[in-house]
Each structure stands twice: as structure tokens, then as C-alpha cells.
Write a protein that binds this ligand. Structure first.
Ligand SMILES: [Zn+2]
Length: 237
């Protein structure tokens, strides 16, 4: 108590002592006034960097990383149409409608309109939220692929991923989908980017943004199903 009282007294007397009529600090600031626009500029630039939009830019290791993540989820790669049909019969792959009110498939051959159940779940939820917000459906340009289909794509398009090996396309797993950016405004793109970025940082999916063929490429993890179940049970409570 004695100490605190003592400090209080000190503070009072100090305040009185350092209060000159013309503060040298204020004079100093006044003399620096020409620097104010520059300082404001620096502060604004710094805050822009701090609020920079999330990035889903691909790196040279993205493809190998996706295969490692697919292995963690124990996902087989579709070798051919027969295997794809077998996986469908076992309901390890589920059909994706060509068109709903929330999304539509563009240039996806009928034999390849399948996804892993949790990847379809992401598509349905993302598309429904997108339509609720923007009043438009999502345009989906790729789902599951087989090795031979991937080879065909690679022949047509030099940017397409390999069909086999450690850098093979993750579309072979059926847990991948491409969402086209064609026709999206900047704010629509930013919304999709941000949602995918949030889910990626929580490790429910792996998403990259492609620029050569403007699309979001999304590999959905099995754990996304648990995430949705948690969200739904939390909403009921
Ligand atoms: Zn893709």
C-alpha cells in the first residue's frame, strides 16, 4: 500500500514537472509535417499487405503433395473404365448430376460423372452457398478421370498432369473436382478462393488456383465428411 501511494504521488509530481508551455515533442512533430503523407502511405501499404487476399497459387511440389495426401486417405487411382464402374457399384464413387439449380457440368463425358461421396458433398454445399449468395450456379469442368482419359487430356493439353507416377493427376482418385472461373466476377472468384483457403488451412481439402485454364482445382479429404457432420450437429443444438 505504501509503495502504491508513493508511486501515485511520484506520477502526479512528474506530470507537473514535464509540462512545458511549448512542448518540444510537438515542435519536433510540427517540423516533420512534410513527412506525414509519406508516413500515412507506409501505414496504408502495410495494412494492405496484412489484409492481402489469400492465395491458392500452385507450386512445383503441389502435384506430389496431392498424391501424398491422397495416399494418406488410402485412395486407389482409377486405371480404366472397368475399375471406375466397379468402384461405382461398390458406392466408393457416387454419381454427380449433370445439372442442378446450384451447379452444372461442362464438358464432362457421361462415363466420368462420378466423385468420392465426400467430394460430392463439398460440391453440393459450396454450390448451394454460392447460389444463395450470387444467384448463379457453379460451372464444374472436371470430376473423376481414369489413366487412359488423363492420357487423352495430356495429349490435347500440354499443361495437363501426368497419367501415372508420383506426379499423376489427383483426379484419378475421384476426390478431385475443377470449378471454372469463366464468367465469374472478381468478387465471386474472391469468395470461392476465400472459402477454399479457409477449408484448406483447416486441412479438409487441398485447393490450388489454375490460371492457364482458369479454374479452382480441389482435392477433398475424407475428413471433410466429419467436418460437415460436426457443423450440422452444432447447428441442431
Ligand atoms: Zn483439376
Amino acid at each position: 500500500m505504501a509503495l502504491r501511494r508513493g508511486l501515485g504521488f511520484d506520477r502526479k509530481s512528474l506530470q507537473g514537472a514535464i509540462e512545458p508551455r511549448k512542448s518540444p515533442v510537438l515542435w519536433y512533430l510540427y517540423s516533420m509535417r512534410s513527412l506525414i503523407p509519406i508516413l500515412v502511405g507506409i501505414v496504408l501499404a502495410a495494412s494492405t499487405v496484412a489484409r492481402a487476399a489469400p492465395s491458392l497459387r500452385a507450386t512445383s511440389v503441389s502435384q506430389a503433395e496431392q498424391n501424398r495426401l491422397a495416399d494418406d486417405d488410402h485412395l486407389s487411382r482409377m486405371q480404366d473404365k472397368e475399375m471406375l464402374q466397379r468402384w461405382t457399384r461398390l458406392e466408393l464413387l457416387v454419381p454427380v448430376k449433370e445439372k442442378t439449380r446450384d451447379y452444372y457440368l461442362h464438358a464432362v463425358p457421361s462415363d466420368y460423372r462420378y466423385l468420392r461421396p465426400w467430394a460430392r458433398l463439398l460440391l453440393e454445399r459450396l454450390a448451394s452457398q454460392y447460389r444463395a449468395r450470387f444467384g448463379q450456379p457453379l460451372r464444374v469442368t472436371s470430376l473423376v478421370r481414369t489413366v487412359s482419359y488423363q492420357r487423352q487430356l495430356a495429349r490435347r493439353n500440354g499443361n495437363a498432369a501426368a497419367a501415372t507416377g508420383p506426379k499423376a493427376s489427383a483426379h484419378l482418385t475421384g476426390a478431385c473436382l475443377d470449378i471454372s472461373k469463366k464468367g465469374m466476377t472478381r468478387s465471386q472468384q474472391a469468395w470461392v478462393r476465400n472459402v477454399l483457403y479457409q477449408l484448406r488451412s483447416k486441412k479438409y481439402l487441398y485447393a490450388i488456383e489454375e490460371f492457364k485454364q482458369p479454374a479452382f482445382h480441389v482435392l477433398v479429404h475424407r475428413s471433410y465428411e466429419d467436418y460437415v457432420a460436426q457443423r450440422l450437429s452444432a447447428a441442431k443444438r
